[in-house]
Ligand binder design. Structure first.
Ligand SMILES: [Zn+2]
Ligand SMILES: [Zn+2]
Length: 212
C-alpha cells in the first residue's frame, strides 16, 4: 500500500518539530508519535527513515548528489556515525520554537537562546531526566517550588513537567551534547522565572527568592 505522504516530507516535518535537529532515535520516535505514516505497510520503516536521510545528505555515504535528483537536505550534526541529524537551512523562529516575548527581549545572542530552547525540547534527554527523577522521588514535582501537576490537575497533569537546561547560554557550544544531569525539572511558572533574568537564575537562587 502506498504511504500517505513521502517519507522525506514526513522526516523533514518531524525534524522541524524537534527544533531542527535530533538523533535518529528522536526522529523515528517523532515520526511514530505523529502517527501519519502507515507503519504496518512498511515494517522496516526504521531503516527507511535512516536510508532516506542518508540519501539526502552530502555528509552521507550513499549521497548521489543533486545531479542524481536527490536534494542535499540533512547534515550530520556531530560527525557521521553519531546518528545525529540536522535540517540544513533551518532557522528556529519564534513560531517553530515558541520563544516568548520575554525571551526575545534580551539582546544576548538570540541564536544561543534558540539553541538552548531546542536543547530543552530534546525529547530523549527530557524523558531520561524524568525517569531518573521518578526513580529517586517516586513522582514528578517542580525542583524549585514543589508544584506537582498530577496533584493539581489529576490525570491531565500526569507525567507533565518542563525541562530546563541549566548550562548558561553563553557557555553553550554548538553540537555539544545535552547531558541529563544538566536538566532541571521545573513547573511552567518557575521555568519562565528562571529565564527572566540575565544571567539566568539558578534553581537555588530562585528557590531562595520564593522562600523569602
Ligand atoms: Zn515551580
Ligand atoms: Zn529553560
Amino acid at each position: 500500500m502506498a504511504q500517505p505522504r513521502p517519507w522525506l516530507d514526513e522526516i523533514i516535518d518531524a525534524l522541524k518539530e524537534l527544533g531542527g535537529q535530533g538523533t535518529l532515535h528522536d526522529i523515528t520516535e517523532k515520526v511514530l508519535e505523529r502517527d501519519i505514516m502507515d507503519f504496518q505497510a512498511n515494517p522496516s520503516f526504521r531503516d527507511r527513515i535512516r536510508g532516506t536521510i542518508y540519501n539526502h545528505s552530502s555528509d552521507g555515504t550513499y549521497y548521489k548528489g543533486e545531479v542524481g535528483g536527490e536534494k542535499d537536505i540533512f547534515y550530520s550534526v556531530a560527525g557521521i556515525g553519531k546518528g545525529h541529524w540536522g535540517l540544513r537551512n533551518f532557522e528556529p523562529t519564534e513560531e517553530n520554537v515558541n520563544i516568548t516575548e520575554d525571551d526575545m527581549g534580551f539582546e544576548e545572542g538570540k541564536k544561543k537562546l534558540k539553541q538552548h530552547i531546542v536543547r530543552e525540547r530534546n525529547p530523549a534527554v527530557i524523558k531520561l531526566a524524568k525517569e531518573r527523577f521518578k526513580a529517586t522521588h517516586g513522582r514528578l514535582f517542580c525542583e524549585v517550588c514543589d508544584f506537582d501537576f498530577y496533584q493539581k490537575y489529576g490525570e491531565l497533569g500526569d507525567d507533565f513537567i518542563e525541562g530546563h537546561h541549566t548550562i548558561p547560554v553563553s557557555e553553550l557550544e554548538e553540537g555539544q551534547k545535552t547531558k541529563v544531569e544538566d536538566i532541571a525539572l521545573v513547573c511552567s511558572n518557575c521555568h519562565k522565572m528562571l529565564h527572566r533574568r540575565r544571567p539566568w537564575l539558578s534553581k537555588v537562587e530562585l528557590k531562595r527568592l520564593i522562600e523569602r
